[in-house]
Design a protein. Structure first.
Length: 451
């Protein structure tokens, strides 16, 4: 049966149930009513009745206002947690016997009751997507309400199983794809904004363009993540020619390189559930089968956060930057610095080495590269191959990364080895040109920062 039909059916049932919730006493749904419905879901023994109750609980949740949703999240965290007394008893039994059965009972005792609730809610038609949206609501509260983190951990734990690679379906997206999906690409594109339908058509319908997305059977035509690909001669350095409306397409068979220039996660409620590593590797395989002449698989990636990091170093009393560099960086205060070829060239000689240092040496509290895009691609087994000056001269590109764009190179035979070295000892694999830039950065850095 068509999943989209099931989603529409679930949506109509949800809307109908929401009206029934309100008609009982003329007042909006309260979180207490939804809690009662959740209790009934857990107490139900029959599958059919449990699914019906789950549908009612989810429709009730959808009817709550923001305050009532917050109260429900706290109730799920506090009242649907694991039972401490049951844990103590199970631990004592296991401690006395060290038996496998006792260990199993201990594990069951440690599982919060809300995990079973989420499993049962997931059984109803449209339940998976409803839970993804529920977690999206939860994530907006976590910063100010960290005590809800335990509930979020349960969502993440279950989603990690429900959305594992075995359930994901890779589909190529083109101009003949249903309009409902195409409209979502426009909405979800997070790297390079799709301005209108004409812009979208250029990205999908040109001979030298490809787009692929992961879908999940339980949520139908909602993409989880998608990647845009440009087929090029040589490695691209700049994003503007790729996005330009006047771009002259080449035949796909003439290309020797595939450049991933936009990877967008579509479902906020699935934050932290990794799809991108599977997506890129699967797309590489698809492209190798379709176009066996391709020899290079690279990204054209931004460096979000680089300008913020650099500005922080400039503003510190004990910063890591030499005075000569600080003086040069004052040129960035000019709105037109990137259009003055002499100024831009001089800045590039200073900033590209700093970018190499930033991407390979600056780490977060976990000892991983500070830059999230670098963490993603290096963790997938890519090589930091090239740092391109003024690769993105859009307002967004200049504001976030001073116009820098990076080529991360995916060499199929090296991916697993690079991934292992990165995972075990944090080794960042980079090309000789990037290593040379990193060495040049030493003369701009003070003291211990030069290593």
């Amino acid at each position: 049966m068509n999943i989209s039909f099931l989603q529409e059916l679930f949506s109509s049932i949800t809307q109908r149930d929401a009206l029934l919730w309100r008609r009982s006493d003329g007042k909006p749904v309260s979180h207490e009513q939804v809690v009662d419905a959740c209790r009934l879901v857990l107490e139900s023994d029959g599958e059919a009745s449990s699914i019906a109750l789950a549908s009612r609980a989810l429709s009730g949740y959808a009817s709550l206002d923001d305050e009532q949703k917050t109260r429900l999240f706290y109730t799920l965290t506090d009242d649907f947690a694991a039972d401490p007394e049951r844990i103590d008893q199970a631990w004592q039994a296991y401690h006395a016997t060290r038996g496998n059965l006792e260990l199993q009972l201990l594990c069951e005792a440690c599982e919060p009751e809300r995990q079973e609730l989420l499993r049962r809610l997931n059984l109803t038609a449209g339940g998976t997507h409803a839970l993804v949206r529920m977690r999206e609501d939860l994530l907006t509260r976590l910063r100010e309400m960290p005590e809800l983190a335990a509930l979020d951990a349960d969502f993440a734990h279950l989603f990690g199983s429900w959305f594992n690679r075995g359930f994901l379906v890779l589909k190529r997206i083109d101009w003949n794809t249903p309009a409902a999906i195409l409209e979502k690409l426009i909405r979800y594109e997070a790297v390079h904004e799709i301005r209108d339908w004409n812009d979208l058509r250029r990205r999908l319908d040109a001979r030298d363009r490809r787009c692929y997305a992961f879908f999940h059977p339980a949520i139908g035509d909602e993409p989880l993540i998608f990647v845009e690909v440009a087929l090029t001669r040589g490695l691209p350095e700049r994003i503007q020619p790729i996005l330009d409306a006047s771009h002259q397409a080449i035949d796909a068979e003439e290309a020797d390189s595939a450049a991933f220039f936009g990877i967008s996660n579509c479902q906020t409620g699935l934050r932290g559930i990794s799809f991108g590593n599977f997506l890129i590797k699967q797309v590489v395989l698809e492209l190798q089968q379709e176009l066996p002449q391709l020899v290079n698989f690279v990204t054209l990636s931004p460096i979000p956060g680089f300008r913020v990091w650099l500005d922080q170093q400039r503003q510190r009393d004990q910063n890591l930057l030499e005075d000569e560099l600080l003086q040069r960086l004052t040129e960035l205060g000019r709105a037109d610095w990137h259009t003055d070829s002499e100024v831009a060239a001089a800045l590039g000689e200073h900033i590209r080495p700093l970018a190499a240092h930033y991407l390979t040496r600056v780490r977060n509290e976990q000892g991983l590269p500070l830059n999230a895009v670098a963490r993603f691609h290096l963790g997938n087994g890519a090589e930091l191959h090239r740092i391109n000056w003024l690769g993105d001269t859009s307002a967004k590109g200049l504001a976030n990364g001073l116009g820098l764009m990076v080529n991360y190179l995916y060499v199929p035979d090296d991916i697993e080895r690079n991934h292992e070295r990165y995972s075990t000892d944090g080794k960042v694999m980079c090309s000789s040109s990037v290593r040379d830039l990193r060495r040049r950065a030493r003369k701009f850095l003070k003291g211990d920062h030069r290593t």
